[in-house]
Ligand binder design. Structure first.
Ligand code: S3P
Length: 442
């Protein structure tokens, strides 16, 4: 059990770790490049370590600086990994590792088996398996017949394909992991691969493909890739800080009184920062300083305590803030009025069902929050904001974003709270607790 004592205010400047999505992609792209690449600062966490471990098993060498682990040097070997026998890979709990790397594996000349940890083992893989098969990929998942889930799950079994062909995919969900897997498989295919999403998901893969010389066209939610162009990677890949990690501190400064925080060098990619737009609508005092760009835009986010009011978040806004919904629930719990967050189906298949994890925990603490899954607007959360919440024992359900959101909620609460398990935070943000402790003013 971890105990969280409330605090009154924060006045500080923090740097949160490097972006998780870009760290994974930097590893994958460097691996299929043809030179030694420096990746910095790299997010050193359980999820990104899973990607590094997999790449190593695929015959790619890398070294990490000993002290901070924040710089990686990785020697690419081109599109085909130097293996000729079957490879067994383990993705741990990283959905990004198993889903995106599978896009590269279906183009290889060797077989592979991709296994997953206990939580990831129950997350759906049909969303990559079926469209990859339409491109001629030889990939299968586990049916988990006993659980009657009706999808495919890890382990994934991949055999060499007799020839991949480009295909036009229309996705019924917005997913950057699925889009990336299909585009990367498209590098090995004959003909054009097109991916069209209902709403634009994070576009780090497209930005990198474009910057590295791939033949790619991007038109709103539609991306098309023609294979054959020689990828020309730079000597260094710079990774800005993770907006999803910054979001916890942004909300903390907003809901505490007399507070101010600067979060340095944060990724400001519009396909990631949907939360900023929503918080500003809620009357949040947030400004951006020192804006720069290196493949991705980034800058310093300056936040001051604000009297938040409620808002309605439409389904079309969710893709650009999919990982920030738990922390938005916390902001809404301290805002005046009724906040409605629509279009949350995808939240149910994250590391845990985050609709359930947030609604069950916050309602226990006295927040007026409910989950409506039968409305014409699909799955939604409705929160009537308030204050003076009671101290309770929270459950993280092994989910990093649930755990961090509940810690932020507790820091602004009136009574101390406890949370059962916070080890899951290391999935994306080792050092979170240390920064929280540093934030506390004496
Ligand atoms: C990610 C995409 C999102 C996000 C996840 C990371 C990525 O998942 O929730 O944390 O790096 O591509 P989906 O593609 O399932 O939406």
């Amino acid at each position: 059990m971890y105990t969280i004592e409330p605090i009154n205010e924060i006045k500080t400047e923090v740097t949160v770790p490097a972006d998780k999505s870009i760290s994974h992609r930097a590893v994958f792209f460097s691996a299929i490049g043809d030179k030694k690449i420096k990746i910095y600062p790299f997010l050193s966490s359980n999820d990104t370590q899973a990607s590094l471990d997999c790449i190593k098993k695929l015959g790619i060498e890398y070294c990490q600086d000993d002290s901070s682990q924040k710089t990686i040097y990785l020697q690419g070997k081109g599109l085909y990994f130097p293996k000729d026998k079957k490879v067994e890979l383990f993705a741990g709990e990283s959905g990004t590792t198993i889903r995106i790397l599978s896009g590269l594996l279906v183009g290889q000349k060797f077989s592979s088996v991709f296994r997953a940890g206990n939580y990831l083992d129950k997350r759906p893989m049909g969303r990559i398996v079926y469209p990859l098969r339409e491109m001629g990929a030889n990939i299968d998942g586990d049916k988990m017949v006993k659980q009657e889930q009706g999808d495919l799950y890890p382990p994934l079994k991949i055999e060499p394909a007799s020839g991949l062909k480009g295909k036009s995919h229309t996705l019924n969900i917005a997913s950057a992991q699925v889009k990336s897997a299909l585009l990367l498989a498209g590098l090995y295919a004959k003909g054009e691969t097109v991916v069209e999403e209902p709403y634009k998901s994070r576009d780090h893969t497209e930005r990198m493909l474009q910057a590295f010389g791939a033949n790619i066209e991007i038109d709103k939610n539609r991306v098309s890739l023609k294979p054959g162009a020689q990828l020309n990677l730079p000597n260094e890949i710079f990774i800005p800080s993770d907006f999803s990690a910054a979001a916890f501190f942004i909300v903390l400064a907003l809901i505490l009184e007399k507070s101010r925080i600067i979060v340095k060098n944060v990724n400001l990619n519009p396909s990631r920062c949907g939360l900023l737009k929503v918080l500003r609508r809620m009357n949040a005092d947030i400004t951006i300083e020192n804006k720069k760009e290196k493949i991705e835009p980034y800058g310093d986010i300056v936040v001051k305590s604000s009297r938040l009011c409620s808002t309605v978040v439409e389904q079309s806004e969710i893709a650009a803030m999919i990982d920030e919904v738990p922390i938005l629930c916390v902001a809404a719990a301290y805002a005046k009025g009724q906040t409605q967050i629509k279009g949350l189906e995808e939240l149910r298949v994250k590391e845990t069902d985050r609709v359930f994890s947030m609604v069950s925990n916050l309602s226990q603490a006295g927040v007026d929050i409910l989950d409506k899954d039968d409305s014409p607007d699909g799955c939604q959360i409705i929160i009537n904001g308030g204050c003076g919440y009671r101290g309770v024992d929270f459950k993280s359900f092994g989910d990093h974003r649930t755990a961090m959101s509940l810690i932020i909620f507790s820091l602004a609460a009136k009574e101390k709270n406890k949370i059962d398990d916070i080890r899951c935070i290391d999935k994306s943000f080792p050092g979170f607790i240390k920064i929280i402790k540093e934030c506390k003013t004496p």
